[in-house]
Design a protein around this ligand. Structure first.
Ligand code: NDP
Length: 462
């Protein structure tokens, strides 16, 4: 590759692009990486990280309520949105600095510019109005919230991007969608004292998750006071004379709120990238089409992360980046393993899940056993909070293999991370049963559910 300016040019400085650029540069490769906005990408700048900080902020209202049962009097509490935003921004700036430093220390050349393909080996640095060439190009441009342009009045709505920078905390909000972002933000806003309504087109929120998690979370959110309207969508959004918004719903209702937020999925960032000039094929959702090794239709151009619309999760993009470096620069072709990915929804209560849902397991296996426990976590006993915790293991009857684990309740995400190891390793329910409990903990339920709650054989509960 010596004829080119760089061995690798990375377009996009998010989790995937930065990891690939850093690793390749640390190997002595000549690497340039271009980012048009801020290093860190969606996860660090306007996604996972600020979201989780918001989740922590929003949990204090319940912590204050719960404190009474433990003898504490907490009075005169108040919440200041600008303080949260400023502190969050400071933390994000710190993390962005770390991302840059990592790249610089590894020897990558940083370009603060949009970059577009001119041909299969040439990239235009838009801010500097010049082009460079590279032997390998990695596209890691991520995605952006679906603006739902077909919705009349969509221009009045915010997405998660704006939610991180609102000047004032709304008194009321209506959120459209029933996925990760809609559910997490509904809980965040509610916890901060905002009157919150969730509007979802399907029959139950969080499609693709285990049904017990979906209905359990729905119930818990409603019990807190979040309004959830299923089987309905927005027909149009109108700005009223007083500045508030009217959301007209397909069920005939009209709801008024200070803000309306759309959380209707994310679209790959491929627009204007020059993919056609380079011959890079895209799919129906504008995603870059890649093979098992993240290679696009052009031999020397690879793509990873959300822009490929495979699994839109930060750790997946990072894993794909490491596989890319192994494949291209270490002569160790490695295809990303997308099987059995643990995930958390930072709702309140939280969801942690890994492996097959009960419904999916029934479709793939003739007979399964379900082990399920629903209980009040110990911390809620003195506080008087009625919220229950749910744990569920899905086990294949014949092999005893644990196929899936689903948790609703405090620290569910942390537990899902640990459970991902035995489930990925293919351990059996007997291995779980042989494991000593940690007492007193909520997680001990996972190794003490000795008898199945029920079995499902040929799709029928027995
Ligand atoms: P999701 O795919 O999770 O959810 C999108 C929601 O929008 C679904 O409920 C979907 O309904 C609904 N929807 C889509 N199109 C329409 C439409 N035209 N009209 C009405 N409803 C519609 O996307 P999100 O935007 O919530 O999040 C994007 C991705 O970001 C997630 O897939 C996830 O991978 C990632 N993420 C991960 C987080 C985490 O790990 N904790 C947190 C936040 C985001 P239906 O279900 O019926 O299709």
């Amino acid at each position: 590759m010596p004829d080119h300016d760089y061995d690798l040019f990375v377009i996009g400085g998010g989790s995937g692009g930065v990891r690939a650029g850093r690793l390749a540069a640390a190997m002595g490769k000549r690497v340039a990486i271009a980012e048009e906005y801020r290093f860190g990408g969606t996860c660090v700048i306007r996604g996972c990280v600020p979201k989780k900080l918001f989740v922590y902020a929003s949990q204090f209202s319940e912590h204050f309520e719960d404190a009474g049962g433990y003898g504490w009097s907490v009075s005169g509490t108040s919440f200041d949105w600008p303080t949260l935003i400023a502190n969050k921004d400071r933390e994000i700036a710190r993390l962005e600095g770390l991302y840059r430093k990592g790249l610089e220390n590894a020897g990558a050349y940083i370009l603060e510019s949009r970059a577009e393909l001119v041909d299969a080996h040439t990239v235009r640095i838009v801010a500097e109005d010049r082009s460079v060439t590279a032997g390998m190009i990695l596209i890691a441009t991520g995605g952006r919230p679906n603006p739902h342009a077909a919705l009349p009045g969509h221009e009045h709505c915010i997405t998660s991007n704006e939610a991180f920078h609102l000047e004032t905390l709304p008194k009321s909000i209506i959120i459209a969608g029933g996925g990760y972002i809609a559910v997490e933000f509904a809980n965040i806003f509610h916890g901060l004292g905002v009157d919150t309504t969730l509007v979802y087109r399907g029959k139950e929120i969080l499609q693709r998750f285990d049904m017990d998690l979906r209905s359990g979370l729905h119930e818990a959110m409603e019990a807190k006071g979040i309004r959830i309207l299923c089987h309905t969508i927005f027909d149009r959004i109108e700005r009223r004379a007083d500045g508030r918004l009217d959301a007209h719903l397909s069920n005939g209702d009209t709801l008024a709120a200070d803000q309306v937020m759309l959380a209707l999925g994310r679209t790959p960032n491929t627009e204007g990238l020059g993919l056609d000039r380079a011959g890079v094929e895209t799919g129906k959702a504008d995603e870059i089409v890649v093979d098992d090794y993240s290679r696009t239709s052009v031999d020397n151009i690879y793509a990873i992360g959300d822009v490929t619309n495979r699994v839109q999760l930060t750790p997946v993009a990072i894993h794909e980046a490491m596989c890319f470096v192994d494949t291209v620069f270490r002569d160790r072709p490695t295809s990303p393993d997308h099987d059995c990915i643990a995930t958390a929804v930072f709702s309140q209560p939280e969801i942690g899940t890994v492996g097959l849902t009960e419904d999916d397991a029934c479709k793939r296996h003739r007979e399964i056993e379900i082990y399920r426990a629903s209980f009040r976590p110990m911390r809620h006993t003195l506080s008087g909070r009625q919220e229950k915790m749910m744990m569920k293991l899905v086990v294949e009857a014949a092999s005893r293999k644990v196929l899936g684990a689903h948790i609703l309740g405090p620290d569910a995400g942390e537990m899902a991370q640990i459970l991902a190891i035995p489930i990925k390793a293919g351990l059996t329910k007997d291995d779980f049963d042989r494991t000593m409990a940690v007492h007193p903990s909520a997680a001990e339920e996972l190794v003490t559910m000795y008898q199945p709650s029920y079995r499902v054989k040929d799709g029928e509960r027995v």
